[in-house]
Design a protein around this ligand. Structure first.
Ligand code: NAD
Length: 281
């Protein structure tokens, strides 16, 4: 059996087109501020892709590229200004920040109404209780990709590998909200391969190329590969050994072209939501 490919590019293009139409139809004026500190090349690529998506959707993007030696006080001052700026509906601080900046404190400074990444404690808490406006972009994108297969999560065994605050934990929570039976694996998990083999839906968010091998995949499983890594040849790859996993799975996301584009589409969705919430207040 060969898996069907879940085309993240196509699904994300559809989501962005729906957003573009919504913005045009309702004549919405929406702004997203993107803050980047330092010159991490991967962060630059992500920021450029986010700006491109804004253009496609009809959202105005405001880039703030700050030098690596920016102090926390300077960054906080910028966030305060953006919090008060009515043209700015969403604020995104590209992570990781240089080591001397406290990411948690910086994220906490963003108004929860403009926290379109849904990283702040109050938005994370809302996700826990299932009463949320913003979904964290990457897990929300994964859910959309699972939906695109037509497979219902309810009652399925779901295994998430990774427990980070931005991917693993919220991913587990969203699958739980969809009535999946969820197991979260991490670096201390025993018999990881055995646990993974139980999964009808397997989500890999580890950050290690070649981590998920074909023998860890249950025949017919849906495999969502969140990892973005470089292999020994410097090529972009996920956490899964694609060819091996694709032989076992019923559906699988490629890297690139899977979860990555969806994360950005979900960011656009959250930015529109931010505008709606702010206007309704
Ligand atoms: P992270 O480093 O914060 O978390 C990795 C998780 O993997 C940890 O919770 C850890 O417990 C787990 N882990 C590490 N070694 C393990 C092992 N041997 N066995 C089991 N679990 C182990 O990373 P993150 O921010 O969650 O990102 C994970 C991956 O997803 C990275 O490759 C990152 O680049 C990628 N990512 C992709 C997108 C996207 O849009 N596609 C977005 C965010 C992150």
């Amino acid at each position: 059996m060969a898996a069907q490919i879940i085309d993240g590019k196509a699904v994300s293009a559809k989501v962005k087109e729906e957003i573009r139409q919504e913005i045009e139809r309702d004549k919405l004026e929406i702004g997203l501020a993107v803050v980047i500190v330092g010159d991490d090349p991967a962060s630059r690529v992500y920021v450029n892709n986010k700006k491109k998506a804004c253009e496609v959707c009809g959202i105005k993007s405001y880039e703030y590229a700050l030098p690596a030696e920016t102090t926390e006080a300077q960054l906080m001052e910028l966030i305060d200004t953006l919090n008060d700026d009515d043209k700015v509906n969403g604020i995104l601080v590209q992570l990781p920040l240089p080591k001397h900046l406290n990411e948690e404190a910086v994220i906490a400074r963003i108004s929860p109404l403009k926290d379109v990444d849904a990283f702040s404690a109050s938005n994370v808490g809302k996700i826990m209780i299932g009463n949320y406006a913003f979904l964290p972009c990457t897990p929300a994108g994964c859910i959309e990709l699972i939906h695109s297969t037509g497979i219902d999560v309810s009652g399925k065994e779901c295994v998430v590998i990774g427990r980070s605050n931005i991917v693993g934990k919220p991913m587990a929570m969203l699958l739980l909200h969809e009535n999946g039976t969820v197991t979260v694996c991490h670096s201390r998990t025993k018999n990881l391969a055995e646990v993974c083999r139980r999964a009808d839906i397997l989500v890999a968010a580890v950050g290690r190329p070649g981590f998920v091998t074909g023998d860890m995949v249950k025949p017919g499983a849906v495999v969502i590969d969140v990892g973005i890594n470089r292999n020994a040849d410097g090529k972009l790859c996920g956490d899964c050994v694609f060819d091996e996993c694709a032989k076992k799975a019923s559906w699988i996301t490629p890297v690139p072209g899977g979860v990555g584009p969806m994360t950005i589409a979900m960011l656009m969705k959250n930015t529109v939501m931010a505008k709606r919430i702010q206007t309704a207040k």
